[in-house]
Design a protein around this ligand. Structure first.
Ligand SMILES: Nc1ncnc2c1ncn2[C@@H]1O[C@H](COP(=O)(O)OP(=O)(O)OP(=O)(O)O)[C@@H](O)[C@H]1O
Ligand SMILES: [Mg+2]
Length: 243
């Protein structure tokens, strides 16, 4: 059995206006898994991701990350938790407009930690932006801005990457670049939880969890299980080809 990284139990979120965004989510995610969350608008996807990443607290229930209940952490410890474990990639890149690419990456994770300039440059090189180090967000394409955001998310080498519609604002070509990056991070062993509305993007991951009305509606592997070929059919084919 692979190691459990995230485990939520009976997670509920009711907002101040009485909106029940999450309604009893039980979820286990193993180390190195790439999981997609799908579901209609308003079904609770972003709320779930924010709670898993320690950006928001549930009304009830627990979230264990590496065996530790993060819902019990105070804000200082939550900040530490995010800095050490989590990389966020948002749909709207969330870059600081008056900082260039390197500075945006240095300002990793919500201003809570500052990366070294050299590290920031290295990670930008990794996402293919070596030539854009001193560009401001307005001087970059949408795809480039999202790659800066990916660089920022992975600058602290987080175990867990949370991505909320990371390709939602990108054309197909740029979307592919970002997905390829996620795939290589997955291969390196990062655990990825990604939200998308696009089934073709979801199929790049290993598992699709569908939320409806704050509940898990389905939870399926995207890999087709290989069945043993029917021996009779095989024999027939073999006969036909003279084997
Ligand atoms: N801060 C908030 N205060 C009150 N209600 C909220 C708040 N944030 C989200 N909601 C409500 O909670 C529900 C779930 O919202 P959430 O953002 O998680 O949906 P989603 O599945 O991410 O939708 P989308 O696909 O449109 O991004 C919605 O009904 C939304 O209106
Ligand atoms: Mg959302």
């Amino acid at each position: 059995m692979s190691k459990v990284v995230i485990k939520s139990e009976n997670l509920t979120k009711v907002f101040d206006n009485n909106t029940r965004a999450l309604n009893g989510i039980n979820l286990t995610i193993s180390k190195g898994e790439w999981v997609t969350i799908m579901g209609p608008s308003g079904s609770g996807k972003t709320t779930l991701l924010n709670i898993l990443g320690g950006l928001d607290k549930p009304s009830n229930g627990t979230v264990f990350v590496d065996g530790k209940d993060i819902t019990k952490l105070n804000s200082r410890l939550l900040t530490k938790y995010r800095r050490e474990n989590i990389g966020f990639i948002f749909q709207q890149f969330h870059l600081v407009p008056y900082l260039n690419a390197v500075e945006n990456v240095m300002l990793a994770q919500y201003f809570h930690s500052i990366a070294l300039e050299q590290d920031a440059e290295e990670v930008l090189e990794r996402v293919g932006l070596k030539e854009r180090l001193t560009h401001l967000p307005t001087q970059m394409s949408g795809g480039e801005q999202q790659r800066v955001a990916v660089a920022r998310a992975i600058a602290n080498e987080p175990e867990i990457l949370l991505a909320d519609e990371p390709t939602g604002n990108l054309d197909q070509t740029n979307g592919k670049v970002v997905l390829d990056l996620l795939e290589s991070l997955h291969k390196e062993g990062h655990t990825i939880v990604m939200i998308t509305h696009d089934i073709n993007i979801a199929k790049r991951s290993q598992r699709i969890i569908k939320l409806i009305d704050g509940k898990i509606y389905s939870d399926k592997s995207t890999r087709v299980k290989s069945k043993n070929p029917d021996k009779k059919i095989l024999k027939n084919i073999s006969k036909k080809i003279g084997g």
